[in-house]
Design a protein around this ligand. Structure first.
Ligand code: SF4
Length: 591
C-alpha cells in the first residue's frame, strides 16, 4: 500500500467512525514535522502503546527533534493502534503507517521502538508484525532495521531475537550518529546488505548489535542538557493525552542512590540544564503550544540546584499567561512543600510522597534517607498550605524485610491519617529487582509470598484507600527485567497466544504467559532467585558506566543497614560513571 491509499482508507473508508478515539490515527497535529523532500535516511519512531500514552513520552519527542534537526534525515511517528483499529487494519491489509505522511512502515529505513517497561514487549512484536517485517531478526532481508532503545535496553537479551540493534543510554546524539552511519555506508557501497549496515552501526558508541554476538557495549552519555539536540518537539495533540502539558527536562540523572531504583543508576551522572536555557526553552514551548501547564521534569526536581532561581524567574512570566507550573516529583521535606505552594498558586491537586518502606531500618537498607519525622513535618506543612489529598508509595518484598516492617507501613499510614489528611491513598508495589542496581543480586517474592504479605496491609483499608499491584504482573516484570536470551521465545509464544497491552489491568491475562512458559520449557520462578556475586549476569556485557564492584558494595552495605550519601553533597562513592563523561570528553577533544 502507498501513502495515498493508506490516507484514503483512513480518511475515506469510514473506519474512523468504527473505532474509539479516531484522532489517534489522523496525525497533522500542530508542530508535527512533515518533510516533503526525499531524505537520505528516514526513521519511523514507534511507541509500543496507544497514542495517549506515547504522546506523553518525553524521550520520543527528543529523539524526533534530534533526527529532524538533520536536513538530510527525517523522523515520523506511529503508536500501537488500539485493539479495534488493529483488527480493522489486519482485516483490510493496512500496514503500520506514520502519522505525518501515512507512509507505510516498510518505506522507512529504520523502525525505532522505545522499550520503557517490560510489559510492553509483546506490543513491540505487534508493531513489527503490523509493519510487515518478520518478527524474528534472523528472518529479515532488506526490510527496515528494527532498533530498540529506552531503559529496558539496558538488559537487551530477552528482546534480542526481535531487534537488529539497540541504542543504549542517552539516545539523542546516538540516533544522529546511527543515521550518519547508514548514510555513509550507502555512499561507499552501491546496495549495502543488512549485515554490512549492522557491522557499521556496531561502531557507533552505545549501539549494540545482538546478531554480531554478545560483545561489550558502553552506554552513550551526553555531557550537557544545553545542547541543541536535547530540545524536545512540541507537537500539540488533538485529543487528551496522559500528560497534557508542556514538559521541560531541567535535569537528567539522580545520585540519591536509592538501591532499588534503576533510573537512579542508569541515568547518572546528574546533568542540569542551565537556568537561561531552561527559561528560553520554557517560553518557546509555551508560545509554540499554548499548553496551560508546564512540568519541570527530572527524577528529583527539587534537587535541581537552582530551583529557586528558576521558579522565581519563570513564575511571574507564566502566571501572566495563566500557565501553571507542576513538579512531577517532590522531595519529602518542608522545602518541597514551600516550593510546591509557591508554584501551585492556581490549583492544589494532591501531593505524592514515596517513603517506600515503613520502618526507619528498612529505609536505611534501601538508602532512602528520609526520617519519619521528616514525613510528618511535610504532611503538617502540606495541610497548613491547603493540601487535603496525599498519596504515599510503599514497596513490599524488599531485601531483609520482616513482618515488623509490614506493620510499620500500616502504623505510618495511620499516623499520616491522624494528622488530618482525610483523603489518603496508599499505593503498594511488589519490589522488582532490576538490572544495573545494587539490588540486582537480591531475590524477588513469589506470587504466593507477595499475596501473603499484602494481606498484612489490609488494615489500612479501614482508614485509607489501598491499592496493591498485581503480583503476577510483578512476577512477569521481574522475570523479563533480569531475563536472558531464553526469554525471547517466551515473549514470542505469549504474543502468539494473544498477549497484548499487558500493562493495562483489564487486558492482562497471566494465563497466556503461563502457557508460553510451558511452551518454551522455561520456569519463571528460576529468574526470581538471588544472584551470586561471582556469577555472570545476562546484562554484564552492557556497560552502563556503573561498576559491578560498586553495585556489590552497595548491596552489602544494604544488608548491613548502612547508608551512602548523595555524592553531590558528600564525597564521591566511586560508582564509576563520571569516567564515562571524562572518556567521552577526551574522545571529543582527541586526548
Ligand atoms: S563517579 Fe562519584 S561523583 Fe560521579 S556520579 Fe558516581 S559517585 Fe557521583
Amino acid at each position: 500500500m502507498t501513502s495515498s491509499t493508506i490516507r484514503k482508507w483512513v480518511v475515506g473508508s469510514g473506519v474512523l467512525t468504527r473505532v474509539t478515539k479516531p484522532s489517534r490515527y489522523i496525525g497533522q497535529e500542530l508542530n508535527a514535522v512533515r518533510k516533503v523532500n526525499d531524505c537520505d535516511v528516514s526513521i519511523l519512531l514507534a511507541f509500543p502503546d496507544i497514542y495517549e500514552v506515547g504522546m506523553s513520552h518525553l524521550g520520543l519527542k527528543i529523539i524526533y527533534s534530534a533526527v529532524n534537526s538533520l536536513e538530510w534525515a527525517k523522523a515520523e511517528r506511529t503508536y500501537l493502534p488500539w485493539k479495534d483499529m488493529l483488527s480493522e487494519m489486519k482485516q483490510n491489509g493496512v500496514p503500520l503507517f506514520s502519522l505525518e505522511s501515512f507512509l507505510p512502515a516498510r518505506a522507512f529505513d529504520v523502525l525505532g521502538i522505545t522499550l520503557q517497561y517490560e510489559l510492553s514487549y509483546t506490543n513491540a512484536l505487534a508493531l513489527v508484525e503490523l509493519a510487515g517485517i518478520p518478527v524474528l531478526q534472523s528472518a529479515r532481508g532488506n526490510e527496515p532495521l528494527v532498533i530498540g532503545g529506552g531503559p529496558c535496553a539496558s538488559n537487551p537479551e530477552p528482546m534480542s531475537p526481535f531487534f537488529d540493534a539497540f541504542v543504549i543510554g542517552d539516545g539523542e546524539k546516538t540516533i544522529q550518529e546511527v543515521a550518519q552511519s547508514i548514510r555513509e555506508i550507502r555512499k561507499t557501497r552501491v546496495k549495502p546488505d543488512r549485515e554490512e549496515i549492522l557491522k557499521n552501526l556496531s561502531n557507533v558508541r552505545g549501539v549494540y548489535v545482538p546478531s554480531l554476538g554478545r560483545k561489550k557495549v558502553t552506554r552513550a552519555v551526553i555531557s550537557s542538557l544545553d545542547e541543541s539536540f536535547t530540545k524536545p518537539s512540541s507537537i500539540v495533540p488533538f485529543t487528551n493525552v496522559v500528560h497534557n502539558r508542556g514538559v521541560l527536562e531541567i535535569m537528567r540523572g539522580c545520585t540519591r542512590g536509592c538501591r532499588f531504583c534503576q533510573a537512579g543508576m542508569i541515568y547518572r551522572p546528574v546533568r542540569e540544564r542551565s537556568v537561561d536555557d531552561s527559561l528560553n526553552e520554557a517560553l518557546s514551548l509555551e508560545q509554540s503550544t499554548g499548553f496551560e501547564e508546564m512540568s519541570l521534569m527530572s527524577l528529583s526536581t527539587t534537587d535541581y540546584s537552582k530551583i529557586d532561581e528558576l521558579t522565581e524567574s519563570l513564575l511571574p512570566i507564566l502566571k501572566e499567561r495563566s500557565v501553571a507550573i507542576s513538579l512531577p516529583s517532590s522531595r519529602i521535606d518542608a522545602f518541597g512543600i514551600d516550593l510546591a505552594s509557591k508554584i501551585s498558586s492556581i490549583r492544589k491537586t494532591g501531593l505524592t510522597f514515596a517513603p517506600e518502606a515503613g520502618s526507619e531500618r528498612l529505609r536505611r537498607v534501601i538508602n532512602k534517607n528520609v526520617s519519619e519525622n521528616h514525613l510528618i513535618e511535610t504532611v503538617e506543612s502540606a495541610k497548613k498550605h491547603g493540601w487535603r489529598r496525599v498519596k504515599l508509595y510503599f514497596m513490599i518484598g524488599l531485601p531483609t524485610e520482616t513482618d515488623h516492617d509490614l506493620c510499620e507501613i500500616v502504623r505510618l499510614a495511620k499516623r499520616v491519617r491522624n494528622h488530618g489528611i482525610k483523603q489518603l491513598s496508599i499505593s503498594v508495589a511488589i519490589f522488582v529487582p532490576k538490572a544495573h542496581t545494587p539490588f540486582q543480586f537480591s531475590r524477588q517474592l513469589s506470587v504466593q509470598e507477595a499475596e501473603e504479605r499484602s494481606r498484612k496491609l489490609f488494615d489500612i483499608r479501614r482508614f485509607a484507600f489501598l491499592q496493591v499491584n498485581d503480583p503476577r504482573k510483578s512476577l512477569l516484570e521481574g522475570v523479563l527485567s533480569r531475563g536472558d536470551l531464553d526469554l525471547g521465545q517466551v515473549v514470542l509464544h505469549a504474543y502468539k497466544r494473544g498477549a497484548l497491552f499487558d500493562e493495562w489491568h483489564e487486558e492482562f491475562d497471566y494465563g497466556k504467559w503461563e502457557s508460553a512458559f510451558k511452551d518454551s520449557g522455561v520456569k519463571p520462578e528460576g529468574f526470581l532467585r538471588a544472584r551470586s556475586a561471582v556469577e555472570e549476569l545476562p546484562w554484564d556485557h552492557v556497560d552502563m558506566g556503573i561498576s559491578k564492584s560498586f553495585l556489590l558494595s552497595e548491596y552489602f552495605k544494604a544488608l548491613r543497614g548502612e547508608i551512602t550519601e548523595d555524592c553531590r553533597w558528600s564525597k564521591c562513592s566511586v560508582c564509576g560513571v563520571c569516567n564515562l563523561l571524562e572518556a567521552r570528553s577526551n574522545k571529543e577533544t582527541g586526548h
